[in-house]
Design a protein around this ligand. Structure first.
Ligand code: GDP
Ligand code: MG
Length: 288
């Protein structure tokens, strides 16, 4: 009985996550779910990444915490669009919470959305949020045995980051052992080592993020002007306008200012006009 209830909750969450993904895709936003234990450096990673991405991608952030707005305040202070979610005791974010947060973000002004999940290496793994990529962050003071203790989290991530490598010389964290365990659980994972304090190792991480942004960015729809289309069709702009009105009387896309015609419609108008013109001429010849 209990199992069925949990399955129902998870499938309702998946449906909502699917809707979030559709919304993000319609705005060409890449969303990254960042998961880690408390103190691993999620907020520091986001802040340092924002620094590296200045002028390259517009970042937005959803901050998930059990209570308070300390992290959101740190990010907001950098002039970044940020929404704080307080789970009120809940150990993870779910897709419904993210849907609410998305409603208050300026989606047309964001290329890359970081979702900082609640600090926890267990529950966030079970809840999809609509993200494109899941990044698990581990930090060197936590020890290199975390993948063995929390295998689900590490097996489902697309990327695993080792943070705080500036402290390596002080600790007994063994990066090779850590990487072997992670790739044993998750052979396709990407691994990066970095320091969110010094910025060391950020190059590969930033390149990977920018490639993701490029992959999901929505190219602006290609358009033409009525003047250019009329010239191409060898008719007057006035004639074109009346053709457009008769063929696409209620097309919302034609109402945009300045008046530009989306390429697919321009092509359609051109084809229809050609066919109609040919039919008219054939009719004329028949009558002669
Ligand atoms: N030395 C060092 N400290 C770090 C690094 N990243 C984060 N910290 C520190 O770790 C603490 C927790 O970081 P925070 O970003 O708040 O972690 P979060 O709870 O995962 O969001 C803070 O004191 C940070 O300054 C790092 O790469 N190196
Ligand atoms: Mg944080």
């Amino acid at each position: 009985m209990k199992v069925t209830v949990l399955k129902d909750i998870l499938s309702a969450n998946d449906q909502m996550a699917g809707k979030n993904r559709e919304l993000l895709d319609s705005h060409g936003i890449t969303a990254i779910n960042i998961m880690a234990s408390p103190g691993a450096g999620k907020t520091s990673l986001i802040l340092k990444t924002i620094e590296f991405l200045k002028g390259k991608a517009r970042v937005g952030v959803i901050e998930g915490d059990i209570a308070g707005s300390v992290d959101a305040d740190r990010i907001g202070a950098e002039g970044i669009s940020v929404v704080q979610i307080n789970t009120g005791g809940g150990c993870h974010l779910d897709a419904g919470m993210v849907a609410n947060a998305l409603a208050s973000l300026p989606l047309d002004k964001i290329d890359l959305l970081f979702i900082e999940n609640v600090g926890n290496l267990v529950c966030p793994a079970a809840y999809r949020l609509g993200e494109h990529q899941r990044v698990v962050l581990t930090s060197t003071p936590e020890g290199d045995d975390k993948p063995q203790k929390y295998p689900v989290m590490f097996s489902e991530a697309e990327v695993v980051l080792i943070n705080k490598i500036d402290l390596l010389s002080l600790l007994d964290f063994d990066p090779d052992k850590f990487k072997r365990t992670v790739t044993g659980l998750n052979p396709d994972v990407r691994l990066f080592e970095l320091s969110s304090k010094t910025g060391e190792g950020f190059g590969e991480w930033i390149n990977w993020l920018l490639a993701e942004v490029k992959l999901h960015r929505k190219e602006p729809e290609s358009t033409t002007t009525p003047k250019a289309l009329a010239a191409k069709m060898r008719i007057s702009p006035k004639r074109l306008r009346s053709t457009l009105r008769s063929e696409h009387p209620r097309d919302d896309k034609l109402k945009h200012k300045p008046w530009r015609i989306p390429q697919p419609i321009a092509k359609e108008v051109e084809e229809t006009y050609k066919v109609k013109k040919a039919a008219k001429e054939a009719n004329k010849r028949l009558k002669q």
